[in-house]
Design a protein around this ligand. Structure first.
Ligand code: ZN
Length: 82
């Protein structure tokens, strides 16, 4: 498995905790480091923020499987272009 993709998967798993400010300082630092290095995940986080604002609550976990799937597809496409 591509290690970069593994990290992105982890990022996706941590997004809801990050938005709830529930990450440990160490995880938060890793999360934000990845965020700076990965355009795909930065865009994903923006999308999650917008979604949460429009829904008005943190129902991230319910919508996550589909969104995550779309994201990972988008990420693979984005990668194969570069
Ligand atoms: Zn990423």
């Amino acid at each position: 498995m591509n290690p970069k993709e593994l990290v992105c998967r982890e990022f996706v798993e941590l997004v809801s905790d990050y938005l709830e400010d529930a990450l440990s300082p160490a995880d938060k630092a890793r999360f934000e480091k990845h965020l700076r290095e990965c355009d795909g995940c930065e865009r994903y986080l923006d999308q999650m923020r917008i979604t949460i604002e429009s829904v008005g609550s943190l129902s991230v976990e319910k919508m996550q499987p589909e969104t995550m799937d779309e994201f990972l597809h988008a990420f693979r496409d984005w990668h194969s272009e570069s």
